[in-house]
Structures are given as structure tokens and as C-alpha cells.
Write a protein that binds this ligand. Structure first.
Ligand code: HBI
Ligand code: FE
Length: 289
């Protein structure tokens, strides 16, 4: 099939790419999910929502509650209505990881690609590729937040220029350190909102509680220069003090000159502290009397 989006290879990935349209979308066949799969979803949901109650940001928890998806693998069209009403986003089913240009085009059009298949029983704790639990449970709740929703679309729109400038690696770090592994402290303590954290039983606890990782205050330029781990817990996290910071920085900053200045240098290793870094310091809880 002709795929105008990109010639990036999808061989070796596990979803059914043969059935996908030119924009890599597929039809979600809800009837194909077995009772075993729904049961596995329920157990993943129960474990992860309990952890989220303790460690996730209130915006995530509120979105999750509105989606009402504890009991079965959600129907993307049904959940998509709730989302569309809240922030104008829709869900599209995809076979898994899709080429960058396609992914960015979906985000810019306020369509979030959700992998349709669920991990196997032996992969409950960890898997390499995104599945429906990571994509839906991890990503969709935050898309019900209007500020986060606008940020994701702006990120999608930024893809084209980054690609043209040979700086996609740099832009992808923004996604990684916010959408996937972002932390936030809105004055009530450190909380996770990144999908890679809220969908992980191990890293959601590690990211908030471990004394090991470096935690820096959110800084878009610093993020553009910082490498990340793809197969281990992060050794660096960036901490927002509000979601508005995301929109503010993406809109206010002209990424072009930053790409030009740094795209040919090696990125900073994730655990290195450099001049000008603002280390995150937890604020003592305020006692209201
Ligand atoms: N495809 N399904 C899917 N999910 C992703 O998170 C994703 C993708 N394709 C490209 C991509 N992410 C990243 O390389 C971009 O954020 C840069
Ligand atoms: Fe993800």
C-alpha cells in the first residue's frame, strides 16, 4: 500500500500494519478482544489507578475518572466522544508505533493515535512498544485537560519545522520529558503526569520518591539538549509548577535558533548538572490554619 507519510520501516513491530490505511489508522475491532484480555485490562487498571491516586497529578486523576474505563478495554469511539466534548480531540486506532511524520500530523489535527492491542500476561510489568494500556490509560486522561490538550496539538505542529531543520531528535526530547516522563509540583507536592510514569507500576513510585534521579525545574531549552534513557528508569526528570508552563514556553520560544545552535552537538547525558541548572527543591507543605 502507498504510504505518503514516510518510508520509515514498521517491520518487526507487532500490530497488523497490512490492514492500516495510508495514515496508519485501523478500525478498532472491539469484538475481537477476549474475556481474558478484558480481565487483564481490569487488573492493570486496578493496580495502576491505586498507585495513581497516591502519585499522579490531579489533572490526570480527574481525566481518568471521567473516562470511566475501569472494567474493560475501552471503545475508542465512545471514549472519543467524552474527549471531543472536553477539548476537541479524537482517538484513532493504530497498529502501534507509527512513522514520525504521520504521528505529528495526527497530533496537529487533534487526533491521538492509540494502539489497539493489549500486552500479554507475561508483559504486565514492562513492554518495549506502546500497547492500548500505555496509550489509553497513560495518555488519554491528560488530553481532557484544556491546557495540556492545546500543548499536544502545538507539539504536533512543531514537528514539520524540526524535521526540516534536522532537529527531530531535539524536539522529541520535549515529548519525552513532558508527555511521557513529566513531573509537576503545583504546591501540593511532587506528582507524575507523564504517560510513561502513570502507566508504570515501578517508575511512578521511583520518579516521585527515589532520592536517586536528578530533578530539574522545567526548562525547555535545557530539555532540547538533554539525552534520555529508552530502556531504563530515567535518571533525570523535569518538574513543572503548572501545566500553563508548557504552552507558555512552546509558543513564546522560537525553536529555530535553538535547533541551529545545538543540533550538531552531542546532547547532555541525563545525569549531568551544568551551569545555570535550576535544581528542583521540594516545597514544605503549607499548613493552613
Ligand atoms: N507512534 N503510536 C506512536 N506513538 C508514539 O508515541 C510515537 C509514534 N511515532 C513517533 C513517535 N512517537 C516519536 O518518535 C515522536 O514523538 C518524535
Ligand atoms: Fe507514550
Amino acid at each position: 500500500m502507498e504510504r505518503p507519510c514516510s518510508a520509515q520501516s514498521t517491520s518487526g513491530l507487532r500490530g497488523d500494519y497490512e490492514a492500516a490505511a495510508a495514515d496508519y489508522t485501523v478500525v478498532q475491532d472491539c469484538a475481537a478482544y477476549t474475556p481474558d484480555m478484558h480481565d487483564r485490562w481490569r487488573r492493570l487498571y486496578a493496580r495502576q489507578s491505586a498507585l495513581a491516586g497516591q502519585y499522579a497529578a490531579p489533572q490526570f486523576l480527574s481525566g481518568l475518572q471521567r473516562l470511566d474505563c475501569a472494567h474493560a478495554i475501552p471503545d475508542f469511539d465512545q471514549a472519543g466522544h467524552i474527549l471531543e466534548e472536553a477539548t476537541g480531540w479524537r482517538l484513532v486506532a493504530v497498529p502501534g508505533f507509527i512513522p514520525d511524520a504521520c504521528f505529528f500530523a495526527h497530533l496537529a489535527g487533534r487526533r491521538f493515535p492509540v494502539t489497539y492491542w493489549l500486552r500479554e500476561e507475561r508483559e504486565l510489568d514492562y513492554l518495549v512498544e506502546p500497547d492500548v494500556f500505555h496509550d489509553f490509560f497513560g495518555h488519554v486522561p491528560m488530553l481532557l485537560d484544556p491546557v495540556f490538550a492545546d500543548f499536544m496539538a502545538a507539539y504536533g505542529k512543531a514537528g514539520e519545522r524540526a524535521t526540516a531543520m534536522g532537529a527531530l531528535d531535539m524536539l522529541a526530547r520535549i515529548y519525552w520529558y513532558t508527555v511521557e516522563f513529566g513531573l509537576i509540583d503545583q504546591g501540593a507536592g511532587l506528582r507524575a503526569f507523564g504517560a510513561g510514569l502513570v502507566s508504570s507500576a515501578g517508575e511512578i513510585v521511583h520518579s516521585v520518591e527515589s532520592p536517586q534521579p536528578l530533578r530539574l525545574q522545567f526548562d525547555a531549552v535545557r530539555i532540547l539538549r538533554t539525552a534520555y534513557h529508552i530502556d531504563a528508569f530515567q535518571s533525570c526528570y523535569f518538574v513543572l509548577d503548572s501545566l500553563e508552563q508548557l504552552m507558555g514556553d512552546l509558543v513564546a520560544l522560537d525553536f529555530g535558533p535553538i535547533y541551529a545552535a545545538w543540533r550538531d552537538s552531542a546532547p547532555l547525558p541525563p545525569d549531568r548538572i551544568v551551569d545555570g541548572d535550576r535544581i528542583y527543591v521540594p516545597q514544605p507543605a503549607v499548613e493552613w490554619v
